[in-house]
Design a protein around this ligand. Structure first.
Ligand code: FE2
Ligand code: FE2
Length: 317
């Protein structure tokens, strides 16, 4: 798939090409001053998951069709953190700022109608709806997904329920903008009103993208996670962990490496660890994939170097 941005691009060029990505910096906790460093280097320096950063960056630039490529690559945890930061930005900064500007723009006119009051009422209702929407995600949806990441399913909630009820919060802003443009008669101070309207257009588009990231990236990634947890819950076969894309072995996998290099058969390992032979085979497959080592002699070197076994435990003949 042709992506707009990749991990080897220089971060400064990425931002110059799409200035809307500046929002990502605070939401991912990345400070400016990138120098010549690449996206990967900057993300690693700030402890940000590179795939998740690229997923959001490409989405903002290219829209929803870029999401499919990243669904099985993003870190759901990193995505939640990004969405929470975005909520804080909308609720604590952008919307209060918009309200202040709008109030100052319409208060400057000697309007004898009730339209300015109704506009502010409309805005406050919209603000309340956005607050409820985002707080519900912060308080219900994200904690549900956090529990999922720890392997716990819920009997009363799932991501499809969230998805079915996920409203497009930008729509009401579109209405407000149209009401002002069509029905509000501005006085002399049109600059203030234009500036307030410009902010509304901007916010509408940011909210639209935010919602779309939740619909096209977050929801499908959580569905994958749900499948993964369900598989784990109903079988002793270790399922692929979507948050675990690195080469680090789990404690269980290390145990199995230890058994293999001590010369134990799959059946002996299964009996020792109280698991099925099939489970041992799946672990061995995962170990081979993670380490790119298939031979026992290769695993032996790995086990010695990483302190999984002592050299005197190994029969080197
Ligand atoms: Fe949200
Ligand atoms: Fe949402």
């Amino acid at each position: 798939m042709n992506l707009f941005f990749s991990e080897t691009d220089k971060m400064c060029q990425v931002i110059s090409e799409e200035y809307h990505l500046l929002q990502l910096m605070s939401r991912f906790g990345i400070s400016l001053g990138f120098g010549e460093r690449t996206v990967r280097e900057v993300c690693e320096e700030h402890g940000v998951d590179v795939a998740t950063f690229l997923a959001v960056a490409n989405f903002i630039k290219g829209g929803e069709h870029t999401a499919a490529y990243f669904i099985d690559k993003v870190s759901v945890r990193a995505l939640i953190s990004y969405l929470e930061q975005a909520h804080a930005y909308f609720l604590d900064f952008q919307l209060p700022e918009m309200r202040r500007k709008l109030l100052s723009a319409i208060a400057f006119d000697n309007d004898t109608t009730q339209v300015p009051i109704l506009i502010m009422k409309f805005f406050d209702e919209f603000y309340g709806e956005v607050r409820n929407h985002m707080q519900s995600e912060n308080r219900r949806t994200f904690p549900y997904v956090e529990a999922l990441l720890e392997g716990r399913l819920s009997e009363t909630y799932n991501i499809s329920m969230y998805s079915r009820n996920h409203d497009a919060i930008d729509k009401r802003l579109q209405e407000l903008k149209n009401i002002i443009i069509k029905y509000y008669k501005s006085g002399k101070d049109t600059q203030r009103l234009s500036s307030a309207l410009f902010d509304i257009f901007n916010c509408e588009s940011e909210l639209h993208v935010h919602n779309a990231i939740e619909d096209y990236l977050f929801v499908p990634a959580v569905k994958l996670l749900e499948e993964c947890v369900r598989t784990q819950t109903h079988s002793d076969t270790p399922a692929p962990d979507p948050e675990r894309r690195d080469d680090t072995l789990s404690e269980r996998e290390k145990e199995i490496v230890g058994c293999v290099v001590r010369g134990m058969s799959n059946k002996e390992i299964a009996e020792k660890l109280f698991i099925s032979v099939n489970t041992v085979l799946t672990h061995r497959k995962n170990i081979a994939r993670k380490l790119a080592i298939r031979s026992v002699s290769g695993l032996t070197i790995y086990a010695i170097v990483n302190g999984i076994v002592n050299i005197d435990e190994i029969d080197l003949k």
